[in-house]
Design a protein around this ligand. Structure first.
Ligand code: MCA
Ligand code: AMP
Length: 495
């Protein structure tokens, strides 16, 4: 029988493999060694009192150990809940409480700020008793594999919503594994691949798409701490593939060193998480000869569509539905299916689609239909031949450098400041980040005071520009016209 859990498909076949898995700061870590680390992490979870189904919140910088924390959780049956390192203590407190996590693992520098709200262990390397690393060091490097099946929960990834607090998307082994299998095949990943991994590992893109696909193919990853232009350019000649957000590609295009010779040994560049302008796609082809392969997905669905490996990688489109994923374009009001060429909301169904939001049955029911179709909130048209072009969003969302900023959350923080009457947060085109958040505020307050009042929000959510006005534009129903604000601010960051 084909393996149907992450451990059986991604780890078990490589236990004794000396093949390289990671390259990190000049060091190579082979598969067997990485899996021994993962086993130590699995044993350490058990030693810390975590069993199958318990949640662990992990807010740590990128490193091979951080990846081993994920792999160890898979082995131990612990539900993995990774968090953006930019999240503030208040934000982290919410995720711990909402998920009912048994343990938080963080970097030593954040320990004090994150104390309270349950057990905390750090990645301190000094033998400290509060160190998860220390606990790992005391463990054996083989570990039992938790009882689990394809429908067992593997991860809880939080995604904000247009209303209310963040929601934990429940992802099972089947969700994650089926997607990795589809992508490995579609994108032709093999054990000869060396992937440039410059993404964060707390989102679907860097954690699941990049890592699970590589593990399944038994390829290797050149793990970079973050997207550093010089480091990526230095790495391109010895890599074969890269996955990135559009900002990676625009930053590369702004550098004269990007040319055909530099990318001659690359076989594939993949983009996603935010719209890649057709112009960026075309400029990249003109400079390097490579056609970027764009795909589309969400935390709740992993990847749903992709341009083909062979065939037409159509600029400005996100390609066709993955083989096992059904995709419909539906009328946002009535839910009726729309014919090719008409704009509607994307709905998807398949093994990739999540199980619902953690402890939020009402929110789940709003977005996941009883027949299994998930309402993405992305607006698109589908051509006769299946290609999907995203044209906008039915949801109020700003995507900045591939990170989601929910206007509602920022508006609530602004509206709570003394002197503020009301506010509107919009996304406007930004040459580096694709979109940037801008706050338009009504009230007796200075823009700098608004800015300094938002320190409880992660920096990437903070508006890049704050403007104080006497009133917001409204339609006859009294609703704030964000479209008008987006139009009047469209050239704010024009270079
Ligand atoms: C950093 N900053 C940002 C962002 N990143 N501000 C807005 N948007 C951002 N994305 C802040 C920093 O805190 C800093 O603030 C200032 O901007 C300058 O940072 P800079 O050095 O320019 O940024 P960077 O460190 O180079 O990061 C930009 C980045 C990075 C490379 C675009 O954000 C990134 O790697 N993004 C990828 C996100 C991702 O993986 N998304 C996938 C999720 P200050 O100056 O105040 O200190 S979506 C997903 O998983 C779905 C399923 C999918 O389809 O993939
Ligand atoms: P997240 O909630 O972080 O998983 O972000 C998912 C959202 O990112 C989707 O609903 C889309 O709005 C957006 N997205 C992902 N990939 C693409 C893409 N290739 N083109 C346009 N938008 C994308």
């Amino acid at each position: 029988m084909a393996p149907n859990t992450l451990y059986d498909a991604l780890f078990a076949p490589h236990m004794d493999s000396a093949a390289p898995f990671l390259e990190w700061q000049g060091r190579r870590i082979g598969y067997a060694k990485f899996l021994r680390l993962a086993a130590r992490a699995a044993n350490a979870y058990a030693a810390a009192g975590l069993g199958t189904g318990d949640r662990v919140v992990v807010q740590v910088g990128k490193s091979p150990i951080a990846l081993a924390l994920y792999a160890g959780a898979v082995q131990a049956g612990v539900v993995y809940l990774p968090l953006n390192t930019a999240y503030t203590p208040d934000e982290v407190a919410y995720f711990r409480e909402d998920s009912g996590a048994r343990l938080l693992i963080c970097d030593p520098v954040s320990e004090q700020a994150l104390a309270g709200g349950g057990p905390v262990l750090t990645l301190a390397a000094d033998g400290d008793s509060g160190s998860f690393l220390d606990l790992m060091a005391k463990q054996e490097d083989v570990a039992p594999v938790a009882e689990r099946g394809p429908d067992t929960l593997a991860a809880l990834l939080y995604t904000s919503g247009t209303t209310g607090r963040s929601k934990g998307a429940m992802l099972t082994h089947r969700n994650l594994l089926s997607n990795a299998q589809a992508l490995r095949e579609l994108w032709r990943f093999t054990d000869r691949d060396r992937l440039i991994h410059a993404l964060p590992i707390f989102h679907t893109h860097g954690l699941f798409v990049a890592t699970n696909v590589t593990l399944l193919a038994r390829g290797s990853m050149i793990l970079l701490p973050r997207f550093d232009l010089d480091a990526v350019i230095a790495t391109l000649p010895r890599a074969t593939t890269m996955m990135g957000v559009p900002t990676f590609y625009t930053r590369l295009l702004d550098d004269d060193r990007l040319d055909r010779a530099l990318t001659a040994d690359m076989r594939l560049f993949i983009s996603g998480s935010a719209p890649l302008l057709a112009e960026t796609h075309d400029r990249f082809t003109a400079r390097t000869g490579h056609r970027i392969l764009e795909r589309y997905g969400m935390t709740e669905t992993s990847m749903s569509t992709s341009n083909p490996y062979e065939g037409d990688r159509r600029a400005g489109t996100v390609g066709q539905p993955l083989p096992a994923t059904e995709l419909k374009i539906r009328d946002p009001e009535t839910g009726a299916d729309l014919p090719p060429g008409e704009i509607g909301v994307i709905e998807v169904r398949g093994p990739n689609v999540f199980q619902g939001y953690w402890n939020m049955p009402d929110k789940t029911a709003e977005e996941l239909r009883p027949d299994g179709f998930f309402i993405t909130g992305d607006l698109a048209v589908q051509a006769e031949d299946g290609y999907v072009t995203i044209v906008g969003r039915a949801k109020d969302l700003v995507i900045s450098g591939g990170l989601n900023v929910y206007p509602k959350e920022v508006e609530e923080a602004i509206d709570a400041l003394p002197g503020v009457v009301e506010s509107a947060v919009i996304g406007v085109p930004h040459p580096d980040m694709g979109e940037a958040a801008v706050a338009v505020v009504v009230g007796d307050i200075a823009p700098d005071t608004v800015r300094s009042g938002l320190s409880g929000l992660a920096p990437f959510k903070q508006p890049r520009h704050v403007e104080v006005v006497s009133e917001l534009p409204r339609n006859t129903m009294g609703k704030v016209q964000k479209a008008a604000l987006r139009k009047s601010h469209a050239r704010l960051f024009a270079s």
